[in-house]
Design a protein around this ligand. Structure first.
Ligand code: UD1
Length: 356
């Protein structure tokens, strides 16, 4: 029987790419999304890419426990990938309660339902933001986490801890009926710490769809190139890096999605070495903002209007992954070049503009 994966936030940028890869790898998928930060554009794209137009879509808010519980009653779920969360760093500073409530309550509900329905495998969408500013690069999963610099980052740290503690507390639960309790079972967990996901599916049918002015670099670049934004501001050119601009580990969205398939397989096939595991999902390759801008111009043959601007509050100088553990344990590694990824980002922007 096919294994079934519940993808919360499955209509969003990362969720839609992961849904495609899961289906292509032979999984059944149930997508749950409250459409608070996206519409059905990417979900429709997922159906086109996979040629499957009967993917179950549940418009629910994971902050509603009864709705999550109903999903677990309705479908036999072998694993959950939890993406449903707010992700704008600046907004989280302005509205911390909104972030803590949404990101934590939804995850608590997913874990509670997982535990209450006989146990489940839970993959949590974490972030390299948990490492904060560090001089020791690249970062491994053993690198210490630094105090979070934003409520958004804090929700990632707290959620990792909630998952770790839940796994520990439920490890001894049997999947059978316990006295006075409804089929409680063990939760097993993997946290994937993403570096900077960029790009779009090679079909250009799904990609990032930021609402309003993008916060992240690549959507800002593509929107500037297409003429939606006048000029890209490069935040800071006086950092202690080779060209003075920040360095990040930009990871192709399809590569990133495939890491999820590898992690789900590890869980459902019973191959985890510990009941809670953490993996970096990055390339191991630092790229500066200026290098990324130059690569975008070159590979797509477009001129980008940009200027140097003051540093952005909260930005770290440089961070990139040591992806060795994911390669060893998940058999996964990033394969697409920055150029291929930037070409896909541009194809997606042109698709959106109807120019492709
Ligand atoms: C941030 C979050 C990360 C989150 C990710 C996706 C932190 C510290 N980082 O990553 O957790 O997962 O967003 O939402 O919480 N830049 C410009 N001009 C722009 C936009 C960005 O120069 O208009 C620069 C930034 O200064 C940075 C780089 O581009 O050096 C990447 O920025 P961005 O895409 O926003 O990602 P991060 O801040 O690295």
């Amino acid at each position: 029987m096919k294994k079934r994966v519940l993808v919360s936030g499955g209509a969003g940028y990362i969720g839609s790419h992961v849904t495609v890869e899961l289906i292509q790898a032979g999984y059944d998928v149930v997508v749950a999304d409250n459409l608070s930060n996206c519409d059905l554009t990417c979900f429709e794209g997922v159906k086109k890419i996979t040629g499957k137009d009967d993917i179950p879509f549940e418009k629910i808010d994971c902050c509603d426990y009864d709705a999550v519980d109903r999903l677990f009653s309705e479908f036999r779920i072998d694993a959950v990938i939890h993406f449903a969360a707010f992700k704008a760093v600046g907004e989280s500073v302005a509205e911390p309660l909104k972030y803590y409530r949404n990101n934590l309550v939804s995850f608590l509900n997913i874990l509670d339902a997982s535990k209450n329905h006989g146990g489940c495998n839970v993959l949590f969408s974490s972030s390299a933001t948990v490492y904060g500013e560090t001089d020791v690069l690249p970062v491994t999963e053993q690198s210490p986490r630094q105090p979070a610099t934003s409520p958004y980052g804090n929700t990632k740290q707290i959620s990792e801890d909630i998952l770790r503690d839940t796994v520990k507390a439920t490890a001894a639960y049997g999947a059978e009926v316990m006295a006075g309790m409804d089929r409680q079972g063990p939760v097993k967990g993997i946290a994937l710490r993403y570096f900077n996901p960029i790009g779009a599916h090679p079909s250009a049918l799904i990609g990032e769809l930021p609402r309003g002015v993008p916060n992240n670099l690549v959507p800002y670049i593509t929107q500037t190139a297409i003429g939606k934004r006048e000029c890209l501001s490069i935040f800071g050119n006086d950092y202690p890096t080779p060209d003075g601009t920040c360095q990040r580990d930009y990871i192709d969205i399809v590569d990133l999605a495939k890491a999820h398939v590898a992690a789900v397989a590890r869980m459902v096939e019973g191959k985890m070495k510990k009941d809670y595991e953490i993996f970096n999902v990055g390339t191991g390759r630092p790229v500066s903002v200026l290098e990324l801008v130059n690569a975008f111009e070159k590979v797509n043959g477009v001129k980008l209007n940009y200027k140097f601007a003051p540093r952005r509050a909260g930005d770290v100088t440089a961070i990139w992954a040591d992806p060795t553990l994911a390669e060893k344990e998940l058999g996964w590694k990033a394969v697409r070049t920055v150029e291929e990824t930037l070409a896909s980002a541009w194809a997606w922007e042109k698709h959106l503009a109807g120019k492709a």
